[in-house]
Design a protein around this ligand. Structure first.
Ligand SMILES: N[C@@H](CCC(=O)N[C@@H](CS)C(=O)NCC(=O)O)C(=O)O
Length: 193
């Protein structure tokens, strides 16, 4: 989701391909040739090389579209965005995945306990995001960056696991989606970013 939003906001030319995970489309020989990990998201470059892992894909898209501001060009803001992406990459599997699919982490008798542990960590993640955002619109600086995209993703997934995000994070998610919808409309009308 974060990579899709980044792609839309970047204004880059290219195609987004949705795969049905239920249908196993990410495990076909063709897809495994592109990404042997058999996972989404994956970014296929014009060179034919594949980039996987959300933080790396966001970095690649941001650097290919510097005007998007998704990845600040230099300095503290750039390091802070990388800090948020690293934090996301640690917290997502630790909190959201056990809450969402406890069966991956243990046998049926332990599932409830695993889910509860995940839900507790989801709450902690949201609390940290809320206090870090404070009264500001964006996590880093005064414009949207890739840090906001992974945040909007975590806010969305909290809803999927039944945790109600704080109002400030819902409002933040709304801002992210409004900008990406605008970018998509401009692109459709021929005004690529
Ligand atoms: N570390 C990867 C995780 C990617 C991941 O967990 N993808 C999930 C969907 S969100 C997936 O492809 N699951 C199917 C599978 O693992 O078979 C990233 O940050 O992009």
């Amino acid at each position: 989701m974060a990579c899709r939003l980044a792609f839309v906001l970047s204004g880059l030319a290219g195609e987004v391909k949705d795969l049905s995970l239920r249908g196993g489309e990410h495990k076909t020989p063709e897809m495994l040739a592109l990404n042997p990990k058999g996972q989404v998201p994956a970014l296929i470059l014009d060179s034919g090389e594949t980039i996987t892992e959300t933080p790396a894909i966001l970095l690649a898209i941001g650097e290919m579209a510097p005007a998007s501001g998704l990845i600040p060009a230099e300095g503290v803001a750039r390091w802070q965005v990388m800090e948020w992406l690293s934090w996301y990459a640690y917290q997502f599997p630790r909190a959201f995945q056990p809450a969402f699919r406890p069966a991956i982490f243990g046998p049926p008798p332990a599932e409830n306990q695993i889910r509860e542990g995940g839900l507790k960590r989801v709450g902690e993640v949201l609390a940290h995001l809320e206090s870090s955002l404070g009264a500001r619109d964006w996590l880093v600086g005064d414009a949207l960056t890739a840090a906001d995209l992974v945040t909007a993703m975590m806010t969305t997934f909290a809803g999927f696991v039944g945790v109600v995000p704080p109002d400030a994070l819902m409002a933040h998610r709304k801002r992210v989606f409004a900008l990406s919808a605008l970018a998509e409309t401009l692109k459709a009308e021929g005004f690529a970013a």
